[in-house]
Design a protein around this ligand. Structure first.
Ligand code: ATP
Length: 284
């Protein structure tokens, strides 16, 4: 992100409202933004925790840099940055918030053949867009999916994402830090290799979480115990509400060899076309 002051949203154009969510690094408030055209927009204002400021300012700015370049209805949009007493990220407001919270609140009203299917198609679609733009997300998980409506899921949290340079199949990095091992492909936790195909593995875990109504993958197990299971050839079990043909596709996302996993193009086609199910394209 540019250090040029004119690129920052003036603080007086922002109004901070209620606290919506609290992450490890940041607090997220509901708010409004009066843009240059005089339009008042509802936004999410993400404020980096003060104690994290010095350490994570760089990470925050690089997340912003990634998000600024992206523009897709299945990816949370970054509107801009602002410098108050602390650094603020102004994002598109995704009104229903976290998908995990939504599933929990609407447990009895969920229809796996309706919402779950639509969300899976949209997450695949957003990931296909990221792949086209050579972005590897590296932290795709249900906790990073937000809902704009009952039928619009959006991918967020680009804190760990990286652009792939041309000619490099993998982005290599795995040093220190707390890693979401239960979402990682074997080549990621073994060799620090991240690619669109390792994102496909995480996509499988994300869709598993949705069909499992927000259950935690591998339950109480530690990350290190979960990867031992994977190395032994075991995989997450089929959630009770997950149809066989969908689980078969999820299982393919967990093939040991990255090249044996489906592509996001194939996943978009699969979740968009399903003859035993109403035509979701017409509903979108
Ligand atoms: P983490 O701890 O995963 O690194 P973080 O500190 O970066 O996260 P987020 O997870 O991005 O914080 O945000 C915390 C919560 O705020 C989310 O779970 C969600 O409920 C809410 N939230 C974040 N962004 C938005 C948004 N654009 N619109 C609506 N709600 C949001």
């Amino acid at each position: 992100y540019s250090e040029n002051e004119e690129d920052y949203i003036p603080a007086e154009r922002l109004t901070k409202g209620a606290l919506m969510g609290e992450g490890e690094f940041a607090s997220v408030y509901k708010g409004t933004y009066l843009n240059k055209n005089g339009e008042l927009l509802n936004v999410a204002i993400k404020i980096l925790h003060n104690e994290q400021m010095e350490m994570n300012r760089g990470a925050f700015l690089s997340e912003a840099q990634v998000m600024m370049k992206l523009n897709h209805h299945c990816v949370v949009k970054l509107i801009g940055l602002s410098q108050g007493p602390s650094l603020l990220m102004v994002q598109e407001l995704v009104p229903l918030g976290s998908i995990l919270q939504y599933i929990d609140n609407n447990r009895d009203r969920m229809n796996p053949n309706y919402e779950f299917k639509i969300w899976a198609a949209q997450i695949a679609c957003g990931m296909q867009y990221l792949e086209e733009n050579r972005f590897v997300h590296r932290d795709l998980a249900a906790r990073n999916i937000l809902l704009a409506s009952q039928v619009q899921a959006k991918i967020s949290d680009f804190g760990l994402s990286r652009a792939l340079g041309t000619g490099h199949e993998y982005y290599k990095a795995l040093a220190g830090g707390k890693w979401p091992l239960k979402w990682y492909a074997p080549e990621s936790y073994n060799y620090g290799q991240f690619s669109h195909k390792s994102d496909v593995w995480s996509f499988g875990v994300t869709i598993w979480e949705i069909y499992a109504f927000g259950a935690t993958p591998y339950g109480e197990m530690k990350g290190s115990e979960a990867i031992a299971l994977i190395d032994a050839g075991e995989r997450l079990e089929q959630p009770a509400e997950c149809p066989d043909h969908i689980f078969a596709m999820i299982r393919q996302c967990w093939e040991s060899r990255p090249e044996d996993r489906p592509s996001f193009n194939e996943l978009v086609d699969f979740f968009n076309s399903d003859s035993d199910y109403m035509n979701i394209r017409e509903l979108l």
